[in-house]
Each structure stands twice: as structure tokens, then as C-alpha cells.
Design a binder for this molecule. Structure first.
Ligand code: SAM
Length: 168
């Protein structure tokens, strides 16, 4: 869940939150607020590069969190003020489904109480994209680096020098 998106200044970072989440194995993204441009660009990436990542905007954060928890999901809020990720990753990994919340600017105080874990990736200020990348990598233990994306129309052929891609 991307919270606090400001369409006039967060478009690039919010798009990257979506791209990164998809690339590292998340199922989808709830965008609090409305931004049809971001929905369109993520949807286009999914059509081209495969997988079934969803993006939903106009999400009401409180209702979304409550429904998530009611359906048995757990909630991780990423914040520099939280508990160290290394101390809690094993117990977080036990959850059947996890909603990860990242902010843009200040996150409403209520989010800290509604979350099952407030987790930090160091206690230094940095970025929602970076903290999400580290969390997903620690939860998936590296397996997310070799995912398949079924239904792709295009695929990169990894090479040591230059760029190669193939149409499927
Ligand atoms: N000053 C804001 C605050 O007090 O919440 C932080 C803004 S920061 C640019 C945007 C988001 O990045 C935060 O809401 C949080 O999700 C994430 N973030 C930044 N540093 C983090 C850290 N060290 N650990 C975990 N998440 C972090």
C-alpha cells in the first residue's frame, strides 16, 4: 500500500514502488489516492512484461487495512522508527499474506497502531523504494530474483555486454 501519494510530486517514486514490488514478487499495489497515469503505466508494464500484478487506486487506507486484517492478513508498516527488520523477518515470514505499507510524507499516526509490525530497514531516513526492496528480499530470501512472469510479450536475454531482448 502506497500511502500519501501526492500526484504533483510523487509520480516517479510511486511508479517505482509499483515496478519494484512487481519485479520482486508482490501480488499487487493499493494506491491511496487517485492517479490514472500511474495505473495506466503499471498496467502497460504488466501487459508487456507478464505476470498478474494488480494495481488499484482510490483506495481508502483505513478500510483497506481493516478488511485485510479481517481476511486473515498481517500488516507491516515500513518506517525508520520501527523495529529492526533482521529481528522480525522470521516471524513476518510465517504470515499467509502480508500488506506492506510505505508512506510518502508523514504517515497518519493511526497506521502505527493498526499495523502488526512497524519495521525499519536501519533507523536512518531513506526511501520507500529502498526499504521495500530490502524487506521483500529478506522475506523471499533471494528467490524473488529468479521469478517467471507468465504471459510476457517480451523478455530480456541476459548478456554481459549490450542489450538483448526477444519477443515471445
Ligand atoms: N519523514 C517521513 C516520516 O516521518 O514518516 C518519512 C518519509 S520517507 C521519504 C517515505 C517512506 O519511506 C516512509 O514512509 C517509509 O515507509 C519509508 N522509509 C524511509 N526510511 C525508512 C527506513 N529507514 N526504514 C523503513 N522504511 C523507511
Amino acid at each position: 500500500m502506497r500511502l500519501g501519494h501526492r500526484p504533483e510530486r510523487d509520480q516517479r517514486v510511486t511508479t517505482h514502488v509499483g515496478l519494484l514490488s512487481r519485479a520482486l514478487g508482490a501480488k499487487g499495489m493499493y494506491l491511496v489516492g487517485q492517479d490514472t497515469g500511474i495505473v495506466r503505466s503499471i498496467t502497460r508494464v504488466v501487459e508487456q512484461w507478464g505476470g498478474d500484478f494488480f494495481i488499484e487506486d482510490k483506495v481508502k487506507w483505513r478500510r483497506c487495512i481493516e478488511e485485510w486484517k479481517r481476511s486473515g492478513g498481517k500488516v507491516v508498516h515500513l518506517t525508520m522508527y520501527g523495529l529492526p527488520v533482521r529481528q522480525h523477518e522470521a516471524e513476518i515470514r510465517q504470515a499467509d499474506k502480508i500488506l506492506v505499507i510505505v508512506g510518502a510524507e508523514k504517515v497518519p499516526g493511526e497506521v502505527y497502531g493498526l499495523s502488526d509490525w512497524n519495521i525499519s530497514v536501519t533507523n536512518q531516513p531513506h526511501s520507500e523504494i529502498a526499504s521495500l526492496a530490502v524487506l521483500l528480499d529478506r522475506l523471499f530470501e533471494g528467490s524473488e530474483l529468479s521469478l517467471d512472469f507468465p504471459g510476457a510479450k517480451i523478455r530480456v536475454v541476459p548478456c554481459g555486454n549490450g542489450k538483448q531482448a526477444e519477443s515471445l
